[in-house]
Design a binder for this molecule. Structure first.
Ligand SMILES: NC(=O)c1ccc[n+]([C@@H]2O[C@H](COP(=O)([O-])OP(=O)(O)OC[C@H]3O[C@@H](n4cnc5c(N)ncnc54)[C@H](O)[C@@H]3O)[C@@H](O)[C@H]2O)c1
Length: 252
């Protein structure tokens, strides 16, 4: 079950954080993985860790919010991997400039990166892989979203939350449009996560962890396992959903 040998995956923003766990998990199930990141050194680091663990991976560094770069990068990855991408994980989703600031203090010139990355970037990647998936009669699209896209939070992330809400809505429509083609599309709404590259200040996160029913923050391995499930051949009847992956915390 959940065997991915023979499939070719693209994971965006997989040079650090949750994307590393996603790329690693897909490769462990047998997929050949194109590791994307804006920063080439980060993509290469993940690629080499997967290769050392016995998996198949290539580096595919490009900016997902640049349409031409996405078109060229996806075509190059497909050529090196020997066929079109049939599993896409849109994981890149935190603009480099992101801060935690209430909406009234964010000037208009700082709004666009959220839309460029979480809407245009995700849609550029989907657009670059979708036709071969439909032609092949099989494909999996997994969108990484956030609890901030599902509920209002008083932590200064309104623009980020809006962009995540928007892409979740798009994924629902896409899934319905693709019904019957063999291609599914789902979102995973993550709760607060931790990762080796971004160690949390436990004096701050201990309280948050206590408020999570499972009692801890999420990890890249948690996300990797959930993505494998959604990407698997067995999940052909699961589409158009947003699944909360948050240790049991409630999202609307
Ligand atoms: N970290 C959390 O607590 C948390 C919570 C909820 C949801 N999420 C979601 O999980 C996903 C991963 O988050 P993370 O915390 O691992 O992020 P991160 O910032 O640690 O790593 C993401 C990677 O994406 C890359 N990236 C950024 N912009 C890019 C672009 N334009 N093109 C290609 N790559 C780009 C960065 O270089 C970075 O290496 C995001 O979609 C985020 O919204 C994270």
């Amino acid at each position: 079950m959940f065997e991915l040998t023979g499939h070719r995956a693209l994971v965006t923003g997989a040079g650090q954080g949750q994307g590393v766990g996603i790329a690693r998990a897909l490769a462990a199930q047998g997929a050949a993985v194109a590791v994307n990141d804006l920063v080439p050194e980060r993509a290469e680091k993940t690629r080499s860790a997967i290769a050392e663990a016995g998996g198949t991976a290539i580096s595919a560094a490009f900016d997902v919010s640049d349409h031409d770069a996405v078109t060229a990068g996806v075509a190059a990855a497909a050529e090196v991997l020997g066929g079109p991408i049939d599993i896409l994980v849109n994981n890149a989703g935190i603009p480099e400039s992101m801060g935690a600031v209430p909406f009234r203090q964010v000037p208009p010139e700082r709004w666009r990166p959220y839309v460029d990355l979480n809407l245009y970037g995700a849609m550029y990647c989907i657009s670059a892989v979708i036709e071969p998936m439909v032609e092949a009669g099989w494909g999996r699209i997994v969108q990484i979203s956030s609890g901030a896209g599902r509920t209002g939070l008083k932590i200064g992330v309104s623009l980020y939350g809006a962009s995540k809400s928007g892409i979740e809505g798009f994924i629902r429509h896409l899934a319905v449009e693709l019904g019957g083609t063999g291609v599914t599309a789902n979102s995973l709404a993550l709760g607060l996560m931790t990762a080796p590259e971004k160690p949390q200040d436990t004096s701050v996160t201990a309280g948050i962890a206590r408020s999570i029913p499972i009692g801890r923050l999420g990890t890249p391995d948690d996300v990797g396992a959930a993505v494998v499930f959604l990407a698997s051949p067995e999940m052909e009847w699961l589409t158009g959903q947003t699944i909360n992956l948050n240790g049991g915390s409630t999202f609307s």
